[in-house]
Design a protein around this ligand. Structure first.
Ligand code: GN1
Ligand code: MG
Length: 348
């Protein structure tokens, strides 16, 4: 680590390094020096095959926010003046640690939910005049649920028979619901959903809070790229409007919280409804059901593929995560009428 740090324009002498267990993809460390604290990350190049373009996206989006005086991540440059360093075939980058900041793995109260709704809406609104075509698509088809479903089905042919037997119920559920995976993609093809600057991974632990529970800014900007606003809206709700996080194996405890959904949506729409078109508004509720299905597929696919994508600490973790997400997809289907009423009320 000290060899890596040597290459960055870091102030003070190195004192300590602590692993931060946040995120299923990159490796994250909190580095303390005699004068400052930094977040230093090793980029997972199995997932992010083009770290240079990824950092260009982060660079252009954070400097845009900076110019608008919006709080965002501050990239620490390398001694050569670059935002990324290569060290022994690994890619590293660093940010200032924001003093007094913290993250949450689930929303423990409704105030936090409101803060999340505001933060995401504000993020989208801030980028409304950013030229979206300037961002690289660092992971093609990242939220293309149609392709995610098709790849899942193709992958089944090569999966281990015993694993498939173990996941029979989940696989069947996904196959039965596959048709739904086309709807948003079809709307895109019809030109009804605009490409916008999206975070693409706005889960609750990617929002930074201060100790009093006020949000500071969105973090983990690795997937900032052109996207569909519905995916951000729903992906935030996926981890914010639930009673337990995606790691919970006791499904009796896992519930979609309509009261949280209502508050999140009210706050979001209050700030950003003016920038949504009618197709986006009509599909807000459907997008939530589909994101749970999408994430359930992604976790299950990784389980069947022997856990190469998401970090795991035990063998069945991706199966547990998938069951959790599919359970919520089913719940959502049943709650959609109530959710649509909530949206309607937001416009009355
Ligand atoms: C990954 O890196 P992290 O943990 O913020 C994943 C998201 C998933 C999420 C599930 C690039 O996000 O898409 O929704 O895990 N990021 C990537 O927790 O695949
Ligand atoms: Mg990430």
């Amino acid at each position: 680590m000290e060899e890596v740090l040597e290459k960055f324009q870091i102030q003070g002498d190195f004192q300590s390094v602590n692993i931060i267990e946040n995120g299923l993809i990159n490796s994250t460390y909190l580095v303390t020096t005699t004068s400052n604290k930094y977040i230093v990350q090793k980029i997972n190049t199995f997932v992010f095959t083009n770290p240079v373009e990824l950092m260009e996206n982060i660079q252009s989006s954070t400097s845009f926010l900076d110019q608008k005086k919006e709080k965002t991540l501050n990239i620490i440059q390398s001694k050569k003046g670059e935002s990324l360093i290569k060290h022994k075939d690994e890619y590293w980058r660093a940010f200032d640690f924001i003093d007094g900041s913290t993250t949450h793995r689930k929303a423990s109260n409704i105030e936090l939910v409101r803060e999340c709704g505001k933060t995401l809406a504000h993020f989208h609104k801030s980028f409304i005049d950013f030229p979206v075509e300037k961002l690289h698509t660092t992971i093609p088809n990242f939220h293309n649920t149609q392709i995610i479903f098709q790849n899942f089905v193709k992958g089944l042919d090569n999966s281990d028979i015993k694993l498939k037997e173990e996941c029979k119920v989940e696989i069947n559920y996904i196959l039965e619901n596959g048709q739904k995976c086309n709807r948003i993609q079809n709307l895109i093809l019809e030109g009804k959903l605009d490409k916008r600057v999206c975070h693409n991974d706005p889960k609750i632990s990617n929002i930074l809070f201060d100790k009093s529970g006020k949000s500071i800014c969105m973090i983990d900007l690795d997937t900032i790229m052109p996207g569909i606003i519905l995916n951000d809206f729903s992906d935030a709700i996926r981890t914010i409007c639930v009673s337990e996080n995606e790691e919970e194996s006791d499904l009796e405890k896992v519930n979609f919280k309509l009261d949280y959904f209502e508050e999140f949506t009210k706050e979001y729409l209050n700030i950003n409804a003016e920038n949504l078109n009618s197709t986006e508004i009509e599909n807000l509720v459907f997008s939530v059901e589909i994101i749970f299905l999408e994430q359930g597929i992604r976790f299950l696919q990784d389980y069947l593929n022997e856990n190469k994508y998401y970090k795991t600490s035990y063998r069945k973790q991706n199966l547990v995560r998938s069951r959790n997400q599919l359970h919520l997809a089913k719940q959502n289907e049943k709650k959609s009428e109530k959710m649509n009423n909530i949206i309607r009320n937001c416009f009355n």
